[in-house]
Design a protein around this ligand. Structure first.
Ligand code: AMP
Ligand code: FE
Ligand code: FE
Ligand code: ZN
Length: 271
């Protein structure tokens, strides 16, 4: 039996690990099926495909998309689509550009509040990938304004805090249609994160989402049981992953979630 981690971030979005490190650390934990699901970026797949092959790791094309649904920010994981699909790449490029503008707008706002961080530094931390709030948070930590990325979110850049700026989001129907048309499937990321999620998740399934991420560090046992039952009842798949971001978050989670391959046949059969 092989094991999978289907939710991982690298420095191509807001994680700190390289794609190579993700593959190697996953392998050390006995994980042989990996999906690197950077926000709005599939660069890691192309960068590391041949290394994954050499290490005997099955690498699944993946992304995590920020979608808007009934005013809620819902993260959608997409898997096993055609990674060379031009429409996906074009759409992702647009999102990365708007993330960049938004990151700079957050720096401007923070500077006007007296926090002396620079767009140059945030740009460097994003390293050409999908810029996100964690990059702004790291710039604030470096300058000593906060003691951790988590504190930056709690006090300055979380939703409703003074340095927060909205970001562009996919409409859920567009995201589902785009991924489907490129041969892929979608899953609702970390369902327990959303307000009123027990009501929200079934409605998301009505919009064509193919699965629910029931194995995730932030999904407690009772939610996992409930969503596993819902998936069975609705005839959709279950997925799971560690959502590791490396050193951005207080704990590195790579290795803590291992999904048996027999549960993710719907993804593997598309490979
Ligand atoms: P963004 O997509 O730019 O709005 O940033 C959201 C990202 O920030 C999420 O994908 C998480 O990786 C990260 N994040 C959210 N809350 C926290 C937190 N409290 N501490 C560290 N990282 C966080
Ligand atoms: Fe993230
Ligand atoms: Fe997420
Ligand atoms: Zn994630």
């Amino acid at each position: 039996m092989r094991y999978a981690d289907l939710h991982l971030h690298t420095y191509h979005s807001d994680g700190t690990r390289s794609p190579r490190e993700v593959i190697d650390v996953a392998r050390e934990h006995g994980i042989e099926i990996v999906a690197i699901s950077d926000h709005d970026n599939i660069a890691a797949f192309f960068e590391i495909k041949s290394h994954a092959d050499e290490r005997g790791v099955t690498l699944i094309p993946a992304i995590e998309l920020s979608c808007g649904f009934e005013g809620v920010d819902v993260h959608v994981l997409a898997y096993a689509f055609d990674a060379t699909d031009e429409r996906i790449e074009e759409r992702l490029r647009g999102f990365r550009e708007s993330r960049h503008r938004r990151g700079f707008a957050m720096v401007d706002r923070l500077r006007s509040l007296g926090y002396d961080i620079t767009t140059q530094r945030v740009d460097e931390l994003a390293a050409g990938g999908a810029m996100g709030r964690p990059h702004v948070a790291r710039a604030l930590v470096e300058k000593g304004y906060v003691s951790s990325v988590a504190e930056a979110f709690d006090t300055l850049i979380g939703v409703g805090k003074p340095g927060y700026v909205e970001k562009e989001r996919f409409r859920i129907d567009e995201a589902v249609a785009l991924i489907r048309s490129a041969g892929g499937v979608t899953s609702i990321a970390h369902p327990s994160h959303y307000p009123n999620h027990f009501e929200l998740v079934p409605r998301l399934l009505d919009h064509g989402l193919d699965g629910i991420e029931v194995f995730h560090p932030d999904v407690p046992d009772e939610d996992r049981e409930r969503y596993t039952n819902l998936a069975r009842f609705r005839n959709c798949m279950v997925t799971g992953g560690s959502d590791d971001h490396g050193k951005v978050k207080t704990t590195e989670t790579l290795g803590t979630v291992k999904v048996p391959e027999n549960l993710i046949g719907a993804i593997l059969e598309r490979m």
